[in-house]
Design a protein around this ligand. Structure first.
Ligand code: NAP
Ligand code: MG
Length: 451
């Protein structure tokens, strides 16, 4: 049995059976058996089923939000926002089956046309930081495109995925179309990667595990989408609205207790405004409400586990001085105070490695060229922000940063209708938006001779 913990209390929240290789193979077999019938469901009916599933999730969204808040230790207000996005994601992709149009291409001697065909069984492997919302970014387009799914949530946070499977069945999704397997990544995840009947892996998680998945997928030439780690830059120029940039910076890195691949964990600040920026940042960090995830006003909860806290702590009291340290409750619970290191050199470990906790590195810069050089001096390229009142400089910088998603005078990264994914070692492929459908289909070309 697997004991699922509540990180704010360290108590057992649920005990569930733990799957292994056999259960994974059985789930793939169910998905494979269900595929032909699911792929043959007409577009209007498939769309209607996805809309019904969205409605069913909406009806359950408050208890799903509480379950996610307790299991992942995230503030209830954030969990509610995530459940809203889950529903929105299913509604967005419910429109897809009826819009999966191909092309006709002018050729000699006949008609050439293209079709988007489903892949078959797809394996979806997701992490513990945004459990159900990241699952929905994969499940919804995969099902919309006519694939069947085996979803493997992280063992730390499997509860909302288990609920999703039940809700989908109750909403009328045919048996075997969506299968959830809860077990260790090194066993169940790896088996999905190697399984000859799995056509594609879509994975969100660490860059280290992502490398293994890319290598493992080579054995059967699986399609892969990888959403991996980040070390994103939040570039603050001297001509920015400093109050606004400083007020937004803490949640851009301490949101979800820093366990966010989009965390703007390197705050690059133009040297001439470092002092006023740090003063405003200190006020904003001290105002952060860290505590019980189920309190309405909480902005930051605990870390996911004792191991994660140990890992995060290893970045503090290193080379870079601690400039700001917020507060956090005493145990029980895997608490860690929001912490700002300053000044940090971009080659310090705290600036190179993804911390995945509430620790920000402030790195001063001299001018635009240095800001861009520092922002790009990383193996990652997932998100980022630029703060300035100079529109041309904002666009120049946004274009020059090697990253998948960049926001100007904002710290947001994801919207259901816009593409999300990484440059460099932050991943391969894009999720969300209409283009994500391409990653769950093959492009088929049919020629019909008319001569
Ligand atoms: P992780 O260790 O890479 O795990 C992610 C998922 O992969 C879990 O379900 C895990 O299962 C499974 N897994 C572990 N080893 C595996 C293997 N050998 N083969 C197949 N699957 C395996 O990541 P995490 O610790 O959960 O999450 C933190 C990391 O995810 C951070 O680095 C973060 O940046 C990244 N992340 C990226 C994004 C993005 O969109 N780019 C979003 C969120 C998180 P078990 O844990 O159950 O063993
Ligand atoms: Mg892990």
């Amino acid at each position: 049995m697997l004991s699922v913990l509540e990180p704010a209390t360290e108590e057992v929240l649920a005990q569930i059976p733990r799957a292994g290789r056999e259960e994974t193979d059985a789930a793939v077999a169910r998905a494979r058996a269900a595929f032909p019938a699911w792929a043959a469901v007409g577009p209007p009916d498939r769309a209607a089923l996805l809309r019904d599933l969205a409605d069913a999730l909406e009806a359950r969204s408050e208890d799903l939000a509480v379950l996610e808040a307790r299991n992942a230790g995230k503030p209830i207000a954030d969990a509610r926002g995530e459940m809203g996005m889950v529903v929105e994601t299913f509604r967005f992709y419910a429109g897809a089956p009826e819009r999966a149009t191909g092309k006709t291409i002018p050729v000699d001697g006949g008609v050439d046309m293209t079709f988007r065909e489903p892949l078959g069984v797809v394996g979806l492997i997701v992490p513990w930081n945004f459990p159900l919302v990241i699952a929905s970014w994969k499940v919804a387009p995969a099902l919309a495109a006519g694939n069947t799914v085996v979803l493997k949530p992280a063992e730390l946070t499997p509860l909302t995925a288990i609920e999703l499977e039940r809700i989908a069945l109750d909403a009328g999704l045919p048996e075997g179309v969506l299968n959830v397997v809860v077990g260790p990544g090194s066993v169940c995840g790896q088996r999905l990667v190697e399984h000859p009947d799995v056509a594609k892996i879509a994975f969100t998680g660490s860059t280290a595990v992502g490398r293994g998945i890319a290598a493992g997928a080579a054995g059967t030439i699986k399609r892969v989408t990888l959403e991996l780690g980040g070390k994103s830059a939040n570039v603050v120029y001297a001509d920015a609205d400093l109050e606004k940039a400083a007020a937004a910076a803490p949640l851009a890195v301490f949101g979800n207790a820093g366990q966010d691949c989009c965390a703007r964990s390197r705050i690059l600040v133009e040297r001439s405004v470092l002092d006023p920026f740090m003063a405003a940042l200190e006020d904003a960090v001290e105002a952060l409400r860290v505590g019980d995830p189920l309190d309405e006003g909480t902005q930051m909860g605990p870390l996911i586990s004792a191991g994660q806290r140990e890992q995060v702590a290893s970045f503090v009291n290193g080379e870079a001085p601690v400039a700001i340290r917020g507060t956090a409750p005493d145990g029980p619970g895997y608490w860690f105070p929001p912490t700002v290191l300053c000044p940090v050199a971009n080659d310090d470990r705290a600036a190179r490695e993804e911390i995945f906790g509430p620790v920000a590195a402030v790195i001063p810069f001299r001018d635009e060229a240095e800001a861009v050089r520092l922002a790009n001096d990383t193996i990652y390229g997932l998100s980022g922000s630029v703060w300035t009142r100079n529109g041309a400089k904002a666009l120049r910088t946004a274009r020059a940063i090697e990253t998948g998603v960049v926001s100007i005078n904002s710290n947001t990264s994801v919207r259901v209708s816009t593409p999300f994914g990484g440059f460099k070692q932050s991943g391969v492929g894009r999720e969300l938006g209409p283009d994500a459908l391409d990653a769950y289909t093959e492009l088929k070309n049919v020629f019909y001779a008319t001569d």
